[in-house]
Ligand binder design. Structure first.
Ligand SMILES: [Zn+2]
Length: 101
């Protein structure tokens, strides 16, 4: 849909783009962007700085006609596998895929 500018389900051409995709914050007015992961910052951080950085964000393409949605992620080169956090890479480029169960 992002590339064709046409919905693959209904051929609609009216598309919403939500960039970045956000969630409504439940306890106060406003919204929160959805990030892919946390990453530990390296080097010296100031005492008020967070020790983690947010990695990536999502962009939603949504067909105005039928609601079919696509998600596109940014900053994938900064992701690192972290199975404990639910972040796994399935790589089938060198033979049978590993890392998927
Ligand atoms: Zn559609």
């Amino acid at each position: 849909m992002k590339n064709s500018k046409t919905c693959p389900k209904c051929a609609g051409k009216k598309l919403w783009i939500i960039d970045p995709l956000q969630t409504v914050y439940e306890y106060a007015p406003g919204t929160l962007p959805l990030h892919l992961a946390y990453k530990q910052k390296t080097g010296d951080t100031g005492w008020l700085d967070s020790k983690t950085a947010r990695v990536g964000h999502l962009v939603a393409w949504i067909c105005a006609g039928c609601g079919f949605s696509e998600l596109w992620a940014s900053d994938l080169d900064q992701l690192e596998p972290d199975p404990a956090a639910g972040i796994r890479l399935v790589d089938g480029s060198q033979g049978p895929a590993k890392g998927y169960r």
